[in-house]
Each structure stands twice: as C-alpha cells, then as structure tokens.
Design a protein. Structure first.
Length: 354
C-alpha cells in the first residue's frame, strides 16, 4: 500500500517513521515534508492546504491511505473531498473537525453533553466581550481564546482584568490572529497540571494512546506567551490508569457519543487537552488530529502497527487490543528561531547535527 502523509512538521516526521515500520506500507509520500521525512519517504512539492492537488496526486499515484497532520486541511474539508473522490483517508470530516476549528462550537458541545470544562462566555462583539471581562474583576485570572484556528497561539492567559482587556484588544481590534479573532471565548482560569490524552476513534469506539504532557509557553519555568508546543514527554508520572479511565469515561467517550448523536460521527484521532483541577479533569481544548509535539513522544512508545490501527478506525472495527504500548518513557524538545511565536525568520538551515 502506498501512503500519503500531509504536513511538514516534526509530527509528520514521526508519522512517517512509524508508518514505515508497517508491513502493509510499501512506499510513503509526504506533502510537502521536510528534511527529516526525506530520509525514509519521498517529499512532493504540494502544500498541505492545496486540497485539489492532493486529490490529484492521490488519484494519479494509486495512494491507498492518506493521513492528515495539520488542522487547517481538516477544517477546510479535505477528508470530505477525498471520500467524495473515492479515496481512503484517515481523519474527521469538516463537520466533526469543528471541535477544533470553532472553540465556540466546542464549548457549546461540551456544555450540552455534560463534559467537564471551564465556565465561559462566547462573543462576536467587542463591546459585549469587554463588558463581560470588566464584570469578572473578582475572578482569579481569565483565559482569552481566539475562536478560530491560530496555530496554537490564539490563547492568552491573563492574571487580571487589565491583561484580559489588552488581550481582547489584540484579538478583536488589532486582529493579531486575523479572522480567527472574529469570535472569542472568555474562560475562567483553571489551575492544576495539564495532560494531553489522545485517542484513536472509529465513530463509536475510542481507544487511548499513552498520555503525554507538553510545555506550551515559550520560555522556561512556564513564562512567556503560548506556542504550538516547545517540548513534551510521555507518560507523566501523575497520570495513572484510573485517571486515564476517568478521562475516557467523562470526556472522550461522551464526545464520540455526542458527535454520533449529532449526525457527525467522529473517526480519526481525538486529542483532549485536560487540566487536572482539584474538582477533577476538565477540558481545556480539543484537537482533531495528532498533536505536535506530543506525537513525537507517543508514537515511539506504540508497539502496534499504526497503519492497521488507522484502517480499523476507517472501517469502524477498532478494538482496544489493537493499541499496544511498551514500558519506559520518551521526551522531545523543540528548537525555534528567535522571535517565535511572534514574527521570526523562517527557512534557516539547521547545522551541527553530524
């Protein structure tokens, strides 16, 4: 089977590395890929969001499975387009991917289905949002989130109302995140350690992967703005099997059941960003794909055939015993150009690895 992996990050390198171990897989292409993926796959000059060219390439090269890495193609409906063209693809539909592409949708969904999450307000009008923030003067901090996709950078953690007002100005008036700031979600600030729990899903069944913990802020000691992730490790020692079972029963499975009830069954990977609060696990965010950098520490710990798992998810025949992992741990760190996550130079060569 020929496989096409879509994306250009460390996540896609990890996916290629793991898929290459499958006896099912004879050749892997990556669009557009990077220097790492080029070691064990063939990079092709197609951007991840160029859906028509991705479809054309898959058709012309007899691709048996396409795997989507980043969130933007999912939000654009790449999965729907591939299925309409008769092509097999791993990932949620555009409607199901709204769990990530619209924070307002995700928040309303969680409230409707009784999934534990932070109390919040959702706004499309700046003045209304400002009034809401000013009324939270006794709150122990707020979290201001751009409602759309912002590459993991659209969440601003605020210690007080003054910082929250500045964040609103940046998102809704200055348009720092473009159209992603058309809508904002203003949440209470939760406290506790975070954990990322990813699960394989086939529309009805969900099976967890190894839990991981990423570091979102750009500087050491939890300082600086949020990023797409500066590093991760797996598994966290404070996340035992009982806690995993609790998150699966209170968050992951109700989400899968709720999406099915909505007529938008969820197949692919569901990533739940969880805060372990004194009141129990609460959802910070959903992602509708493999996390980056979590994938780089989860897949090396997976003993099972990744291609087999993906095809089982697509066919609706996922079983818990299909997902096996070995003991031990894994860690990764991210190197970034100066200035990240703001304006920073791109395309710089990486040297000194020999």
């Amino acid at each position: 089977m020929k496989v096409l992996v879509v994306g250009s990050g460390g996540r896609e390198h990890a996916l290629v590395w793991k898929l290459a171990q499958s006896e099912r897989v004879e050749q892997i292409f990556v669009a557009p890929g990077n220097a790492g993926t080029a070691v064990s796959a063939t990079n092709i000059p197609i951007q991840a969001n160029d859906v028509p060219k991705l479809v054309q390439f898959a058709q012309e090269n007899n691709i048996g499975l396409t795997v989507i890495g980043p969130e933007v193609p999912l939000a654009a409906g790449v999965v729907d387009t591939f299925w309409a063209a008769g092509l097999t693809i791993f990932g949620p539909t555009q409607a199901a991917a709204r769990l990530e592409s619209s924070k307002a949708f995700a928040k309303a969904f969680m409230v409707k289905h009784g999934i534990p999450t932070a109390a919040a307000g959702t706004f499309t009008n700046y003045d209304d949002a400002l009034t809401y923030v000013e009324a939270q003067h006794t709150a122990p901090g707020l979290v201001i989130k751009a409602g759309g996709l912002a590459a993991g950078k659209g969440v601003i953690i605020c210690d007080d109302v003054a910082q929250a007002k500045t964040a609103l100005q940046q998102i809704m008036v200055d348009r720092t995140f473009g159209s992603a700031g058309d809508e904002v979600v203003i949440e209470e600030r939760l406290s506790g350690p975070e954990v990322s729990l990813l699960a394989f899903c086939d529309g009805k069944t969900a099976v967890p992967m190894l839990p991981a913990r990423d570091h979102k802020r750009v500087y050491d000691n939890d300082k600086g703005p949020n990023t797409g992730g500066m590093g991760a490790f797996a598994p966290p020692r404070d996340v035992n099997q009982a806690l995993i079972d609790e998150i699966m029963s209170t968050v992951i499975q109700p989400t899968i059941d709720g999406m099915a009830a909505n007529g938008t069954p969820y197949a692919g990977v569901l990533y739940a960003g969880i805060m372990l609060t004194p009141d129990g696990p609460k959802v910070l965010e959903f992602n509708c794909r493999f996390g980056d950098p979590e994938t780089q520490v989860i897949l090396p710990m997976l003993d099972s055939d990744l291609a087999d798992i993906m095809l089982a998810c697509i066919a609706g025949r996922l079983q818990p015993e299909m997902v096996q992992r070995h003991d031990g741990g894994c860690a990764t760190i991210v190197m970034a150009s100066p200035g990240y996550p703001g304006s920073y130079p791109k395309g710089l060569p990486i040297t000194g690895l020999d």
